[in-house]
Each structure stands twice: as structure tokens, then as C-alpha cells.
Ligand binder design. Structure first.
Ligand SMILES: *Cc1c(COP(=O)(O)O)cnc(C)c1O
Length: 360
């Protein structure tokens, strides 16, 4: 009875979709979701909770998050005239951008494999998502992209830069060629900026059809949910109309205000993670049966050849280590897995477990 009603009322695209699956990670060494492994010191925690005492939870949040806006603008050295808006994670910003598309131009494009939310949110909104395969080495297939732009006329093109799950940052000159070739909006998603240490922010001034996203999630505040969208006032003004007025709660605003004063701490952690990433990579490529790709993010993509990725993933889970199995998600990711860089002990535990699984 209820089923009949549900299937009549809900969009077919949603009925057909699978819910985004987040595995239960209790008791695991969690290296599957690009989280920062470091917890705050008691001293920082005490300062933070003191900040939260200012919250007046009987009132609605500051809809403009003005204090946060001011502090971020100062901390981020944005190009002059750049407007910004906040999302409940950059996931929400992707959703907002897609919601704004004109009905007559509903093609969304991205190279693939890439961050799954671009495709997932597009299909739930019944937009036409076109994934253009990357080259075998995960570089951008510029000719294929330009060709797809010509034939499909996308309204929006998403580039995760560096790309998730491959870890590489596409050639910037190729990206600029694409920006020039499309009449659509190009979204540069710099979720891994802290680990790549480069930015395409300068493109905001150079090209009228570019906006750029960042997030605090991968830097160390995945639990906070704060995404940022930067771009010309004309773009941001429209997207801001689609934002629910109180999408960033008071506690989140106060917490973000606090942590921006302590950005140096997060940047130090990111430097440690970049350092550990190189060490993990160097060990990983020495394990027989492993091919790994250099990464500019806080994770490493690798392929196993002497066992299936499914078997490796399962056996790691039996050893209480959780990483991401990408086998079956895209033809280019056959027998591929992705491991997040954790603390030194976590990385060592993972490397020891993987060696033993592959030699067994
Ligand atoms: C993790 C990730 C995001 C999501 O960030 P949130 O701010 O946590 O929603 C966005 N883009 C890419 C490429 C990511 O890997």
C-alpha cells in the first residue's frame, strides 16, 4: 500500500538510486574517507568549548555568517572582488549549483573517475550527466573533453583538483583550454588544496565562467561541515538565493571562527600528512603486486595484481583496517583501492597488513 503511493509520488531517478552508503567504522583503523587523523589537544578543546559558550541557541544563526566571512576573507588572500558563500559541506554547494541550472541546459560534465557526488546529485535531479573517461594514467583526455563539450554543450563542468580518487591534479593549461572552449560554468573543486599547495583562484579574475570550491573537511574538520564557494558576485548572488537561509548553524559558525584563528595548527598537520604520504607511497610501491600512483592529496590510489581488490579489502577489514575499494566503480579502476594517509601508527599498521595479505 505505502509502496504504491511512494512509487507514484517520488521521482523515478530517486526510486532507482541507491542511498549513499557509509560503512560503520567503529573499532576500525579508519583510512577510507580522507579524514585528518589528529585529535585536538585538551588545551585547544578547552579554548574551543569556551568559544561555544557565546552561542545563543534560542536565536537563529547569523544568516550571512558575517564574522566567519570576514575572518576567512582575511585568512585566504582571495582575489579582489571575489564573493563567497558557505555550504553545509561542499556537497551542499554542488547540490545548490545543480539546482540553479536552466531547464534548457541540463547537461553536467566531469572527467571520470572522479568524485561521485557530481554524478549522484545530477542524476537525482534528473540532469543529464556526461562522464568523459580520463586517460589510462588518469591525466585529462583533452581532445575527448573538447569533443564532448562541442557535442553536449554542458551547462556545468566539474573538476576535482586534485582529483578524487586518483590523487593527481590535472594539467592547468589543459583546464584553461577547457574553460575557454566551454560556454558553460566550470567549477574547480579544491577540496584537497591543503595537500596540493596550489590553487586556480587566479582563474576567477581571468575567466567569467569559473567558480571555485574549498572545504574544511579534508583539512581536519570533516565533522564541522563547512564548504566554501568563491566566484564573481553575479554567480554567487544567484546561488545564494538557493541556499537555505540558516544552513550554517550557530555552533558551526562559532567553531569555524575559532579554528580560523588556529589555522597554523591545521596547516602543520597537513604538512605532516604530505610528508607521511611520500613515505607511504615509497613503501607501497615496493610491495610486490602493488602499483601506486603519486598523489597531491591526502590519500593514495593503488592497484593490486596478485589478489583481487575485493579480497584485499575484505582481508584488511578482518584485520580491522578500513580503506576504500574502488573496484567496479569505473573501468579504469579495476582492482584499485584508495587509502587515506592516517597517523604514523595507522599507516604502518596498514602497510604491514597489506604486505602480509599480498604475500600470503
Ligand atoms: C570529500 C570531497 C568533497 C566533499 O566535501 P564536504 O565539504 O565534506 O562535503 C568535495 N569534493 C571532493 C573532490 C571531495 O573529495
Amino acid at each position: 500500500m505505502v509502496n504504491d503511493c511512494v512509487s507514484k509520488i517520488i521521482k523515478p531517478a530517486i526510486l532507482a538510486a541507491k542511498a549513499y552508503h557509509v560503512p560503520d567504522a567503529k573499532g576500525f583503523i579508519k583510512l577510507d574517507a580522507m579524514e585528518n587523523p589528529y585529535v585536538w589537544s585538551d588545551d585547544i578543546k578547552a579554548q574551543w568549548t569556551e568559544c561555544l559558550q557565546k552561542a545563543e541557541l534560542n536565536r537563529y544563526p547569523d544568516a550571512n555568517a558575517s564574522e566567519l566571512r570576514r575572518r576567512l576573507a582575511a585568512a585566504l588572500s582571495l582575489p579582489d572582488g571575489t564573493a563567497m558563500m558557505f555550504g553545509n559541506g561542499s556537497d551542499e554547494l554542488i547540490q545548490i549549483i545543480l539546482m540553479g541550472l536552466n531547464k534548457t541546459s541540463n547537461v553536467v560534465m566531469a572527467p571520470e573517475p572522479t568524485f561521485v557526488m557530481y554524478r549522484l546529485l545530477s542524476s537525482m535531479m534528473e540532469l543529464d550527466f556526461v562522464g568523459v573517461p580520463l586517460n589510462k594514467d588518469f591525466s585529462l583526455d583533452l581532445a575527448a573533453m573538447l569533443d564532448a563539450i562541442k557535442t553536449k554543450q554542458p551547462a556545468v563542468i566539474f573538476f576535482a583538483w586534485p582529483n578524487n580518487p586518483t590523487g593527481n591534479a590535472f594539467d592547468q593549461a589543459a583546464l584553461e583550454e577547457i574553460i575557454k572552449a566551454t560556454s558553460g560554468l566550470v567549477v574547480i573543486d579544491e577540496a584537497y588544496h591543503a595537500f596540493a599547495q596550489k590553487t586556480m583562484l587566479s582563474c576567477l579574475k581571468k575567466y567569467p565562467n569559473v567558480v571555485l570550491m574549498r572545504t574544511l573537511s579534508k583539512l581536519g574538520l570533516a565533522g564541522l561541515r563547512l564548504g566554501m564557494l568563491f566566484g564573481a558576485e553575479e554567480w554567487i548572488a544567484e546561488f545564494d538565493k538557493l541556499r537555505l537561509p540558516y544552513n550554517i548553524g550557530t555552533l558551526n559558525q562559532l567553531s569555524a571562527n575559532f579554528i580560523i584563528q588556529n589555522l597554523a595548527l591545521l596547516e602543520q598537520q597537513a604538512a605532516q600528512i604530505r610528508h607521511d604520504r611520500e613515505a607511504v607511497f615509497n613503501t607501497l610501491v615496493k610491495i610486490a603486486g602493488v602499483e601506486a600512483w603519486r598523489s597531491e592529496a591526502n590519500f593514495i590510489l593503488f592497484r593490486v595484481s596478485t589478489k583481487s581488490a575485493d579480497a584485499v579489502h575484505t582481508q584488511l577489514k578482518e584485520k580491522k583496517i578500513l580503506i576504500k575499494n574502488l573496484h567496479g566503480t569505473h573501468p579504469l579502476l579495476e582492482n584499485c583501492l584508495r587509502v587515506t594517509i592516517g597517523s604514523d601508527e595507522e599507516n604502518q599498521a596498514f602497510l604491514v597488513a597489506l604486505s602480509s595479505i599480498l604475500s600470503g
